[in-house]
Design a protein around this ligand. Structure first.
Ligand code: NAP
Length: 503
């Protein structure tokens, strides 16, 4: 398909690249906006859910919120001055993303209820074929996989898990039809999701047993509504909104500073956390059980002023004995005790290392992405993988943040992949592919940058089965912005455009 007009410097005419984006969360919508703003108009988004939103569609558990302030956890080009509070709840974030998609004309491009099962590259034609679970196929010149790191709920394979006779669901698939009022409930897991919903459900249930495998480091979260004067100031004072975003950017970078420097800045922040946790944990026994035993910042630092007090309610028990197996009546712990419950809520996180799998992705020479990643996921800047031309990842390997806003990273990725496709178009090429040695060097450098950081000091979901940290970016947001700012053509090879399009 050709577009009218000549290419750069009188070269071949620019063609209208067709792009399929998989996933309509912040990543997919951000990529679509970026491409269309720069003249790559033929964009389709395939989304498995019945609505856009990704994480913010699925995670609707009570109290679901983002602990990154909304002035930063939002697109730089779609700033909102009327956020209700510092850190927004799920419904407000979901509605923000719906508004952004509508305002930028993205809604009509989304095909919902479409679960992609595979993508394969045809190197003769320089085309991707995408298949869905209803056996439909779609073709495009390029694909953007924006399925994220946190989209596949993980439930531990405990012996007897299928035998449980009560009700059960995962925090990311909250059963709003199930009334928890007066029930005996087990929550397995005490990570970022559990700490948000446990304080919400604790007053409603008869008894709540929170099964914790590892304690966490906490910092306070005061998340009151913005007073009217503050909202009026954001509306009326020129530059205030922009200044606040910049302030929040550097404020959140300070967490990364602590994680990167665990013996200095990290110790200071750990002291602050210790003071806060001691003030919250008045019950000595609960304090002993809840206390973390690893370096501050190695796992996600949790922001909550309500979780630790909830653990000390008379109807709540913090259980730290390991779960041995599940029985029809409840969970049996290693000390032989049976915790009888009506409902088990799995707050056990996501299959983070699976990324887009079990989707089957086949690149050059019929080689699959799972073969390429046999020794662990890796991608140049988390975006491009050798052997997979015209394929781009959003929120790919080593692009998670423990400090800042993932939206900053997603915007950077969208700009980078847009530049890549612009080069394909400008050169009249068929495909762009990162050089193998470039990706290998950037992967080595990412891994080396973890040395001496808090992330190295414990087991966490940031690591893969080989122990490599594959989820997180090892540095600051500003490093990532700088490294993705201008795509270096020398790092890529370009395949010629096959006859079918050039003709
Ligand atoms: P998570 O942080 O991975 O926490 C999972 C919890 O389940 C941990 O306490 C973990 O213990 C426990 N667990 C896992 N497998 C277990 C097993 N076999 N037996 C016993 N316990 C087990 O998951 P999440 O709370 O859903 O959060 C996932 C991520 O989503 C977060 O890290 C964060 O990036 C994101 N999130 C963000 C926000 C936000 O406000 N921005 C809110 C919610 C979630 P261990 O610690 O011992 O592994």
């Amino acid at each position: 398909m050709l577009q009218a007009g000549s290419g750069v410097n009188g070269g071949p005419p620019a063609r209208d690249l067709e792009v399929i984006i998989i996933g309509a969360g912040f990543g997919g919508i951000g990529a679509a906006i970026e491409l269309r703003r720069h003249g790559i108009r033929s964009v389709r988004i395939l989304e498995k859910a019945s609505d856009l939103g990704g994480t913010w569609y699925y995670n609707s558990y009570p109290g679901a919120a983002c602990d990154v302030p909304s002035h930063l956890y939002s697109f730089s080009y779609a700033q909102r001055k009327d956020w209700l509070r510092l850190c927004s709840f799920q419904a407000e974030i979901h509605s923000y993303l719906q508004d952004v998609a509508r305002d930028h004309g993205i809604e009509p491009l989304i095909r919902t209820n479409t679960a992609v099962t595979g993508c394969s590259w045809d190197e003769q034609r320089c085309r991707w074929t995408v298949r869905d679970s209803d056996a439909n196929t779609y073709e495009a010149d390029a694909i953007v996989i924006a399925t994220g790191q946190l989209d596949q709920p993980s439930i531990p394979e405990l012996p007897g898990v299928e035998s449980f006779a009560g009700h059960t669901f995962h925090s990311a698939e909250w059963d709003h039809g199930y009334d928890l009022e007066g029930k005996r409930v087990a929550v397995v897991g005490s990570g970022a999701s559990a700490v948000q919903f446990v304080p919400e459900i604790a007053p409603r249930v008869r008894r709540l047993s929170v099964f914790q495998r590892t304690g966490n480091w906490f910092l306070p979260r005061a998340n009151r509504r913005y007073p009217a004067w503050a909202k009026a100031a954001f509306e009326r004072v020129p530059g205030l909104q922009a200044w606040r975003r910049i302030f929040l950017f550097y404020y959140t970078e300070s967490l990364t500073l602590c994680i990167r420097n665990p013996r200095t800045f990290g110790r200071l922040m750990a002291l602050r956390s210790t003071g806060f946790m001691r003030s919250q944990l008045r019950d000595r026994e609960v304090r002993r059980k809840a206390w973390p035993d690893y370096t501050f910042g190695c796992k996600r630092i949790l922001f909550s002023s309500t979780f630790l007090p909830a653990l000390q309610r008379p109807n709540v028990e913090l259980v730290t004995e390991a779960i041995e197996h599940v029985e029809p009546e409840g969970l049996r712990t290693r000390d032989g005790r049976l915790h009888e419950v009506d409902c088990v809520i799995w707050a056990t996180g996501f299959k983070t290392n699976d990324f887009m799998f079990p989707m089957e992705i086949t690149g050059t020479g019929g080689r699959s992405l799972s073969e390429s990643w046999a020794s662990g996921p890796h991608a140049h800047l988390g975006i491009t993988v050798p052997g997979f031309p015209n394929m781009f990842l959003m929120y790919g390997p080593n692009t998670n943040t423990s400090g800042g806003s993932i939206i900053v990273y997603l915007e950077a990725q969208a700009r980078y992949l847009r530049q890549a496709l612009e080069r394909v178009r400008a050169r009249g090429a068929g495909a762009i592919e990162v050089r193998r040695e470039v990706e290998a060097a950037s992967d080595r450098s990412v891994q080396e940058r973890f040395a001496g950081t808090a992330w190295m000091d414990c087991e966490s979901w940031y690591r893969d089965v080989h122990g490599r940290i594959v989820a997180n970016w090892p540095g600051y947001m500003r490093d990532y912005l700088q490294m993705t700012d201008a795509l270096d053509e020398a790092e890529f090879t370009f395949a010629p455009l096959p006859e079918r399009v050039a003709a």
